[in-house]
Design a protein around this ligand. Structure first.
Ligand code: AHM
Ligand code: MG
Length: 335
């Protein structure tokens, strides 16, 4: 069968043997994410048609306004993973604390935990701009059949077993890695099936795009200011092109395909930037490395950072290896 006609379901079954621990549990877990993605996709696509957009009135732990679709996506992913009894714990950007799923039951032999940003970039929904879901999967480190603990969730990104995202864009794609490269699947909405459309995704050798919220320029460290000026300088293959959607999944997706760097640096307003290590940076960093790219906080590899809290934020530089390394040189000179 040609690679391109392969469905996500077929791909998961065929590649099960290449997983580090092949009990079929991880395959079932990715299948559950695929199902929840389709449900959320259906709702996101309806956003312009029905009166569902707008703040739900709740605020999440970071004090940000939640919108209805954030709540919906959060519920759907948690429900699907819980109902299918496929994981022992979930942490979500939209929940204050992690959720334990029958993990104290000695009959629950599930060993995986999932961390999820159910709907990233949700402020873009009411203007019909792409949003995404980001997920990250680890094996628990505490014994099976005992309650999951915070330390199961505070593992370094390098311990991830799988990670990926769904981008709800002009077409909906599910892109993921289990540590054997990155593969992208496009949803055929007519029949509700994801097809392998982007096998073995890699950053192009060189990137020419930089993505950063330049509105924060005056608050950035001098190193970032200098790097932005470097990107804009007329010299060699520069100036680079500036592209910023303000939706991490979409900005990363474009940069991985076309070549570029995404930055959310620290600033005088936000000492650690904005993005969350566990729900956003680690999974995207895992994908970036698997696609020959690089992700760093300006000094340290993202996947080597030891998390200290669930909702921790870190500065984020991610994209073509040479571009991230150049940004690091600037950061190190003028932190
Ligand atoms: P969210 O998790 O509250 O949606 O915030 C994360 C989003 C990213 O998708 C995006 O890259 C960034 O926030 C944009 O932030 P800003 O508007 O400050 O540029
Ligand atoms: Mg987010």
């Amino acid at each position: 069968m040609s690679q391109k006609n392969k469905t996500l379901g077929e791909y998961i079954i065929e590649n099960q043997a290449s997983f580090k621990y092949t009990s079929g549990e991880l395959s079932r877990l990715i299948n559950s994410i695929r199902l929840a993605a389709k449900v959320v996709n259906h709702e996101v696509n309806k956003a312009g048609l029905v009166d569902i957009i707008g703040a739900a009135g709740d605020t999440n732990i970071q004090g940000e306004n939640q919108q209805k679709l954030d709540v919906y996506a959060n519920d759907k992913f948690i429900q699907t993973l819980t109902n299918r009894n496929i994981v022992c714990g979930i942490a979500s950007e939209e929940e204050d604390d992690f959720i334990s799923i029958n993990s104290q039951d000695e009959n629950n032999q599930n060993k995986y935990i999932v961390l999820i940003d159910p709907l990233d970039g949700s402020s873009n929904i009411d203007v019909n701009v792409s949003v995404g879901t980001i997920f990250s999967i680890y094996r628990r480190i505490t014994p099976i059949g005992t309650p999951v603990k915070l330390k199961d969730f505070l593992q370094k990104g390098s311990e991830q077993v799988a990670a990926g995202y769904i981008v709800y864009g002009t077409s909906t794609m599910l892109v993921y890695t289990t540590g054997h490269g990155v593969n992208g699947f496009t949803l055929n909405p007519a029949i509700g099936t994801f097809y392998l459309s982007h096998p073995d995704m890699k950053f192009p050798k060189k990137g020419y795009i930089y993505s950063v919220n330049e509105g924060n320029y005056s608050h950035f460290p001098q190193g970032v200011k200098n790097y932005i000026k470097y990107c804009q300088m007329e010299e060699g293959d520069r100036p680079y092109t500036s592209r910023y959607i303000g939706s991490l999944v979409s900005d990363f997706h474009r940069n991985m395909i076309k070549g570029g760097i995404y930055m959310y640096p620290k600033s005088s307003k936000n000492a650690n930037g904005k993005l969350r290590l566990l729900y956003e940076c680690n999974p995207i960093a895992f994908l970036a490395e698997q696609a020959n790219g690089k992700a760093s906080d300006g000094f340290t590899r993202i996947l080597d950072i030891t998390p200290t809290e669930l909702h921790q934020r870190v500065p984020f530089f991610c994209g073509n290896k040479n571009m991230v390394e150049k940004a690091e040189v600037f950061m190190q000179k003028n932190p």
